[in-house]
Unconditional design. Structure first.
Length: 264
């Protein structure tokens, strides 16, 4: 049975935050986990999904950050029968954060930006199926974002962990919760232990959970100690020199540093 599902990773452009979307496919049907922010990135994703020949049944949104949900309208345009779903907590976050993010991105991105906000429908059950294969919905509380709806696929010992873990990308800390995020990593470690072979991050390559958890921990603790420098530019330089090759640099320079060190 475990061969019945496959997971394919798609990655957006660097300007679209180098975020991941995952297609979980059976022989005929597929579920999309997250979507991209920029219209051209999502159009490209649509062509790749169409090329698989599978019927897209669901778009599952993991959390209320635009690099994971904002392209939903493009998916719905091309796959009008798709069910866009998430958990009540993530939908609550989207209802609160979505409208201001939409208008900010509309003015910033122009034609590459979103036209409207798609709010997912509430998924009542704690499980989904793709062609009879069970997928568990596992929610985590605040960390990088306020809530995370993740998907655990027992038959593949795989966990679509979204932004609970990053791999070789600057962590988005504009919501200023590194402590809570570290707590979530501890929970994720307990959850994964003996259960998960491969964790699929929101940014970067999939790997064994222990590696992704450690890399994310290392970044968060390095950031916490860099904060001791007390100056935005110094913190930014310290993080860039510690993690010179990390992607999504804008998370650090455009979002995190200004959130911690607002311009006077
Ligand atoms: Zn993200």
């Amino acid at each position: 049975m475990s061969q019945a599902l496959t997971i394919e990773k798609f990655t957006s452009s660097e300007g679209g935050s180098w975020s991941n979307a995952y297609l979980v496919s059976g022989p005929k049907e597929a579920l999309l986990f997250d979507v991209f922010m920029l219209r051209p990135d999502t159009e490209d994703l649509v062509s790749k999904i169409k090329a698989t020949g599978k019927t897209l049944t669901h778009l599952f949104i993991s959390h209320a950050h635009p690099d994971h949900f904002m392209g939903s309208e493009v998916i719905v345009e091309h796959f009008p029968d798709v069910k866009v779903v998430s958990t009540p907590n993530v939908i609550g976050d989207l209802n609160a954060a979505g409208p201001p993010i939409l208008s900010m991105l509309q003015s910033k991105l122009g034609p590459n930006g979103p036209k409207k906000l798609i709010v997912p429908d509430e998924i009542a059950a704690s499980k989904l199926t793709v062609e009879g294969e069970e997928i568990e919905i596992v929610e985590f509380r605040e960390g990088e974002s306020r809530h995370f709806a993740t998907l655990n696929i027992p038959a593949l010992k795989s966990h679509l962990a979204s932004d609970l873990v990053y791999n070789e990308a600057h962590c988005y800390l504009a919501e200023k919760r590194p402590d809570a995020w570290l707590d979530r990593l501890n929970e994720l470690e307990t959850f994964s232990n003996g259960r998960i072979h491969t964790a699929y991050p929101g940014h970067g390559e999939p790997d064994v959970p222990a590696k992704l958890i450690q890399k994310t921990r290392d970044y968060l603790t390095a950031f916490q100690s860099a904060l001791g420098l007390g100056d935005g530019r110094a913190v930014e330089q310290e993080m860039l020199s510690k993690f010179p090759d990390y992607h999504a640099k804008q998370f650090l320079t455009v979002f995190t540093i200004p959130a911690y060190f607002p311009a006077k």
